[in-house]
Unconditional design. Structure first.
Length: 235
């Protein structure tokens, strides 16, 4: 992408749409799974979106119907590139895969590096979710707060950030740390538990909070499973 432009993560936020791939026309393809590197957050005219700036490599794991036979991948990729405006694109690719032992190609190092940016599971990082609670608030406007407490085990987090996705379509993000934790960006719509110093923690736990507009919306998600991702550095 041109400098300053960005594409979207799998859960884009208030605007845009994520990249999607149609594998129609492929031969000897059983499945293809797309993996998502950790995104960054963008704020434009009060809208909060999540994605990748300038460039991104999305690793894909391919499974063949017949592993010993050649294959042909055909993909139609739909995505949006945005700066002050969003421009939709559709790109088409064809990739023949010969049978036999695969050898590293010229893009091998780039792909290997992309895999290192894909978040693992909380268990792989030694993290666990201690509690998830929804509570009502009346200021700055009626709504609710989704609070998540993460157990860090023996490894503290440096500059953690949380990206909420799934059933929270009406969620708007706000300052994310409580008074017991490090304060950060004061923007009224921006959740980011990040400061110039590592966030303080209590009993090796880190607390995140997300403000949700409208109590009705909050009640609608009670009892449902929500997917969340934590982007952080483990010291």
């Amino acid at each position: 992408m041109a400098p300053g432009w960005h594409a979207y993560w799998r859960s884009p936020g208030d605007a845009g749409f994520p990249p999607s791939i149609d594998w129609g026309g492929s031969e000897n393809l059983k499945s293809a799974q797309l993996f998502w590197p950790a995104p960054k957050r963008f704020i434009l005219d009060g809208l909060i979106t999540q994605g990748y700036e300038n460039s991104v490599v999305l690793p894909i794991a391919v499974t063949l119907e017949r592993a010993t036979q050649p294959a042909r991948l055909q993909a139609s990729v739909r995505y949006a590139a945005c700066k002050d405006i969003c421009v939709p694109y559709t790109a088409k690719f064809t990739l023949p895969l010969p049978s036999g032992v695969a050898l590293p190609g010229p893009e091998a190092s780039m792909i290997a590096n992309a895999w290192t940016t894909v978040p693992g599971t909380p268990a792989e990082a030694g993290l666990g979710v201690s509690s998830v609670v929804i509570s009502r608030v009346d200021t700055p406007s009626p709504g609710s707060v989704l609070s998540v407490i993460i157990d860090m085990g023996s490894k503290p987090l440096l500059y953690p950030d949380v990206f909420i996705e799934g059933l929270l379509g009406s969620a708007r993000l706000r300052t994310g740390c409580s008074d017991d934790y490090a304060q950060s960006d004061k923007s009224p719509c921006h959740f980011k538990c990040v400061s110039k110093k590592p966030c303080r923690c209590i009993d090796r736990r880190q607390k995140f909070a997300v403000y949700i507009r409208g109590w009705d919306a909050a009640r609608d998600i009670c009892g449902r499973t929500c997917r969340w991702s934590a982007a952080c550095t483990i010291k």
